[in-house]
Design a protein around this ligand. Structure first.
Ligand SMILES: Nc1ncnc2c1ncn2[C@@H]1O[C@H](COP(=O)(O)OP(=O)(O)O)[C@@H](O)[C@H]1O
Ligand SMILES: [Mg+2]
Length: 291
């Protein structure tokens, strides 16, 4: 096949795989969280968002880590518009959204984030109406949460349609991950839990870790914890961090990128088959928090 024919064929295949967001459905909101810090949430959130984008979904990645906001650092972006400009400079959400690779939209985090939940009525309404508009522009809104749970982040997590919990195989990370699930469960018994095992030494180790977490969650919380998949410990992840370029872009064939492709496909299959279960939309839940 000559180059031109191959290119055309690839484009046709790509366009078939793409599912442009023509629907006016509200975005699905996903909270990416962990018990312990430094387990790979931001790297997962960013590269997962990019993989979803590559498949034709529109994603907004929202950096909600108050203490260690770093999505823009992972992207090598120094331009600093953050959520706080929404209020202080009177900008709109669309003004503070920045453009990442693959057409990814993201909002940088900042130290002002926790104030969102302590604003006066006028500011809260501004925030909510801005978010409402955005929720129809995207298929997915991903919140990269900080480690652990604060009273502010709990509210945001509880408004999301689902939770992706990231953990390592280490016992300390697993215990903290379970504590985080238990804490969420105390406040909400319906929000679906999904699990990512990061930096696994091999598949067996990852599966054993997932099995253990699933069985305690089942036994003590009577809840399912869906194992979305695992990412290996891959030196190309830290290399990409150093180079401030997401690993799925810089090293698309590395083990972590391949793992993410499998995870994203599984996520989409699961997500599309469970769409009807979500009776409360993200915005409905979020508004409820402010009443
Ligand atoms: N799958 C992986 N393989 C190797 N190193 C990883 C992997 N995931 C994360 N890391 C390393 O862990 C560090 C922390 O990851 P990060 O995504 O910032 O964690 P968090 O957001 O949970 O604090 C990264 O800078 C990277 O060096
Ligand atoms: Mg982080």
């Amino acid at each position: 096949m000559n180059d031109q024919a191959r290119l055309l064929r690839e484009q046709v295949i790509q366009s078939r795989e793409r599912k442009p967001s023509t629907n006016k459905k509200e975005a699905k909101a996903i909270a990416v969280m962990s018990g312990k810090g430094g387990v790979g949430k931001s790297n997962f959130s960013l590269n997962f968002s990019l993989t979803l984008q590559k498949k034709g979904y529109k994603v907004l990645l929202f950096d909600m880590d108050i203490g260690m906001a770093n999505i823009d650092i992972l992207l090598g972006n120094t331009q600093r518009y953050s959520i706080i400009h929404l209020f202080e400079a009177g900008l709109s959400m669309n003004d503070i959204i920045q453009n990442g690779p693959e057409g990814l939209a993201y909002i940088a985090g900042g130290s002002g984030l926790k104030d969102i939940f302590h604003f006066d009525v006028r500011k809260r309404n501004h925030f909510l109406s801005q978010l409402q508009e955005l929720s129809f522009q995207y298929d997915y809104i991903l919140f990269d949460m900080g480690a652990g749970i604060t009273s502010e982040s709990l509210q945001m997590i509880l408004s999301c349609n689902e939770i992706i919990l990231v953990t390592l195989c280490e016992p300390t990370a697993m215990t903290d991950a379970y504590s985080a699930l238990k804490f969420i469960h105390r406040h909400n018994q319906d929000i679906p839990f999904q699990l990512i095992i990061n930096r696994a030494m091999n598949t067996k180790h990852a599966n054993d870790t997932a099995d253990r977490l699933q069985s305690v969650t089942q036994q003590f919380l009577k809840r399912d914890l869906f194992h979305l998949g695992s990412l290996p410990d891959d030196k190309y992840v830290s290399k990409a961090v150093m180079e401030q370029t997401p690993f799925v872009i810089k090293y698309p064939t590395c083990q972590a990128s391949k793992g993410l492709e499998v995870i994203t496909t599984r996520y989409l299959n699961e997500s599309n088959s469970s769409d009807t279960k979500n009776t409360y939309t993200f915005m409905n839940k979020l508004r409820g928090l402010f009443r």
